[in-house]
Design a protein around this ligand. Structure first.
Ligand code: BGC
Length: 763
């Protein structure tokens, strides 16, 4: 009996050990757990299904979970692979500000829009913004920021230009690299986007962008190249559009040959949300991650491998690109976040960056700065409805935006309560009407018409206040381009009339009028700019808008921003005007970049089309003299040359100066705009009467042109002029150097050839 019991027990033990328990035990101990040094082993242990999950995000569902980030990846607990979270965007972290079942809030800081950051011409400012954004990202439990964005300002009407830096690739690339380095100093990732030539919102998911190889290399790719080489971001986001016939996420010439082979990119490439139309082609092109991801996509990938249509080794390569990044994320490393970033400190960063990017366009008879105890007659809806930044994925959920009214009052200015209240109730009333609701939470509300200022009203405030001020605002965002119409690029009749009425009334009283532009991109200014005495381009300055504007108006901060994008006299002066947003006009399917290299100042300067305010332009409350402009080595260039200048503050207040160096290449077989920005720097604060010596190295790659016939960057021999300049139209001094022999700086893959002839603009 005892024997029987023992043998029964033995049988049970045997059954337990050989069936249920061991099955799990074997699997658990055998499946490798992801570490930084065993990625290949983990991939070898993955099922096809698991691989297909790693390369596709969890879908639009991420938007609706409590974090409300734009995307998440799948977790694979069996292999110790966590889900990582990805959130927009260029002006700050976009997540849900509130959650169910908690009173806690999750507001983020809105930093000034990218165009404003670039206008600082100061990469240290960009890096500080990046560092603060990265910290907020990490403290809110997000791993990767879907920013910075650096598409060129090809045309002023692109609805997302505010998210982008500049019309110039050098400025764009340097700013991007600085932001990436700042973000990633926190141990979270940055994503540079949208790669590439995504320069319009109209039909953005189907438009075929046709660009020459030279314009691609020198203009549209150049900023990305600089950013990759100088900051090696964790991620690149391919664009929605097609490039020369192929969707960018399915374009292996772009994603493998250029990005990885030519430039040495080591991170992962993800699609834009829903970008591309063929998940298998994207896998082949080394677009590693499909976002936000869908089951259909992973099914298609699985089927393609099973049917021998997709080489599993390519899928493994993509999985590896992703896991290489995953192992660096806070989610993988188990970082404990407390949803409690230092929003006060970041508000200060935002405020300072905003002041650094503001551009003083006019300042007749030194109307600015305005003494802090004066009274201001303030007009314009934007005083209470101040725009912190554009809409869409580039928006940020803030607790509050400091309005211009609040900022001026906090700075000690007297505003007429009745006038402020009349604007507040006018704006509130309009905003409650159905016709002024935004079409979706991602889009701007239709612009509120300005309230008409009557002559009597203007007269009475001209008598009772010291200075007049008019705010002009504009907004735009994802899904739609701006329009060359009244109320957008052009002022409305009421805006014009208000400028006339207010200016006349104040001028009649011997008082001056200041205009504050709370806008995200160029507007028409020639018809009205001379009617007012000062114009401050405040951009869309982030959540500290009102404080930052008051800082500059009061002289607490001396403006030192300069335009990183041209303000043309008229929209029709824009070189891409005939090719935006493409053909056929009613519903474009194709856009041909016929202006080629001649974007922004490259066009205006070379073809002598004077803008209203040129690239690189901006005033200060002080003045600077440039002296001793020269180059070293008696002007003979080997692999670099150094340019020197001495900048003296010849005015009465301390200030900073953005110094620009433009190059003019000798006549050659390669098309070259008359001037191109080769380098820039920002001085420190220079006290009155003091000077700062600047020294800038110019390397061969800074002045190289792309020779399509050789598929190489070359510097042709001859004499090059270097213009040390305070703007693209104000040369402070020119020096020159000679390149004795042709230099081939670098040969690159001969790819991305357009299939059709482009009628390229040449000199
Ligand atoms: C935008 C991207 C953004 C993504 C996720 C897309 O519509 O084009 O810039 O990162 O949405 O929100």
């Amino acid at each position: 009996m005892l024997k029987k019991v023992i043998s029964m027990l033995a049988l049970v033990v045997l059954m337990l050990t050989s069936f249920s328990v061991p099955i799990f035990a074997v699997e658990e101990t055998e499946a490798p757990q992801l570490r930084q040094d065993n990625i290949d082993e983990v991939i070898a242990a993955m099922t096809l299904d698991e691989k297909a999950k790693v390369v596709t995000g969890i879908g639009w569902a991420a938007f609706n979970d409590e974090l409300g980030a734009a995307g998440k990846t799948h977790e694979i607990p069996r292999l110790g692979i966590p889900s990582i979270a990805l959130a927009d965007g260029p002006a700050g972290v976009r997540i849900n500000p509130t959650r169910e079942n908690t009173e806690d809030t999750f507001y983020a800081t809105a930093f000034p829009i990218a165009t404003a950051v670039a206008s600082s011409w100061d990469t240290a400012v960009a890096e500080q913004v990046g560092t603060a954004m990265g910290n907020e990202l990490k403290e809110y439990g997000v791993d990767v920021l879907l920013a910075p964005a650096l598409n060129l300002h090809r045309n002023p009407l692109n609805g997302r230009n505010f998210e982008y830096y500049s019309e110039d690739p050098l400025v764009s690339g340097k700013m991007t690299a600085a932001v990436v380095n700042g973000v990633e100093s926190n141990g979270v990732g940055a994503t540079i986007k949208h790669f590439v030539a995504n320069n319009q919102e109209t039909n953005r998911q189907s438009i075929d962008t046709i660009v020459s190889q030279q314009a691609l290399r020198e203009m549209y790719l150049k900023g990305f190249e600089i950013a990759v080489k100088e900051s090696q971001p964790w991620a690149v986001m391919s664009a929605y559009n097609k490039l020369n016939g192929v969707y960018t996420p399915q374009n292996s010439e772009l994603l493998t040959d250029v990005l990885r082979e030519d430039w040495g990119f080591e991170g992962l490439v993800m699609t834009d949300w829903g970008g591309g139309d063929d998940p298998v082609a994207a896998m082949e092109a080394e677009n590693d991650l499909l976002m936000p991801g869908s089951e259909q996509q992973s099914d298609a990938i699985i089927a393609a491998v099973e049917n021998d249509e997709l080489d599993e080794a390519l899928l493994d390569r993509n999985v590896k690109n992703i896991l290489n990044i995953v192992v660096q994320t806070p989610s993988f490393l188990g970082y404990e976040h407390f949803d409690n970033p230092d929003l006060e400190a970041h508000a200060q960063v935002s405020r300072e960056a905003a002041t650094e990017g503001m551009v003083l366009l006019e300042n007749h008879e030194q109307v600015l700065p305005i003494q802090e105890n004066l009274s201001i007659g303030l007009f314009g809806n934007g005083q209470v409805d101040t725009i912190k930044g554009g809409t869409g994925s580039g928006d940020v959920n803030v607790e509050h935006t400091v309005t211009i009214t609040e900022g001026l009052q906090a700075a000690g200015y007297t505003l007429d309560e009745e006038l402020v209240e009349s604007y507040q109730s006018y704006v509130d009333d309009l905003k409650s009407l159905p016709e002024y609701q935004p079409p979706s939470s991602f889009q701007p509300a239709p612009p509120l018409p300005e309230r008409e200022v009557t002559a009597e009203e203007a007269q009475s405030y001209a008598e009772s206040s010291d200075v007049g001020m008019i705010v002009i605002s504009r907004n735009s965002g994802e899904f739609a381009d701006r329009t060359a119409t009244e109320g957008d690029f052009y002022l409305t009749e009421t805006e014009h009339a208000n400028i006339d009425t207010v200016s006349n009334a104040f001028h009649d009283e011997g008082k001056q009028v200041v205009t504050v532009l709370n806008i995200g991109g160029p507007i028409e200014m020639m018809s009205w700019k001379d009617k007012v005495d000062a114009i401050l381009l405040a951009w869309q300055p982030g959540s500290e808008a009102g404080h930052a504007i008051a800082d500059v108006l009061s002289g607490k901060v001396n403006p030192s921003g300069k335009l990183a994008t041209t303000f043309p006299k008229d929209y029709l002066d824009t070189p891409s005007v005939d090719n935006f947003p493409g053909y056929p006009e009613e519903d474009p399917t194709e856009v041909v970049y016929e202006e080629d290299l001649y974007v922004g100042y490259r066009y205006h300067h070379t073809f002598d089309v004077k803008p209203a305010y040129e690239f690189g332009y901006g005033l200060s409350y002080t003045e600077f003299d440039y002296n001793k402009i020269r180059v070293n080595k008696n002007g003979r260039f080997k692999d670099k040359i150094t340019v020197f200048s001495s900048i003296t503050n010849s005015g009465d207040v301390a200030g900073k100066e953005a110094v620009q160096v433009y190059v003019s290449a000798p006549d050659s077989s390669i098309e070259n705009p008359d001037i191109e920005l080769a380098a820039f720097t920002k001085t420190d604060t220079i006290r009155p009467g003091k000077k700062e010596n600047i020294k800038i190295d110019i390397t061969a790659s800074d002045i190289a042109s792309f020779d399509e016939s050789k598929s190489a960057w070359v510097v042709e021999k001859g004499t090059y002029e270097l213009h040390v300049a305070s703007s693209s139209e104000t040369v402070e001094g020119t020096t020159s150097f000679t390149v004795p022999e042709n230099i081939v700086v670098e040969e690159v893959n001969d790819v991305l050839v357009p299939e059709q002839d482009i009628n390229r603009l040449t000199k």
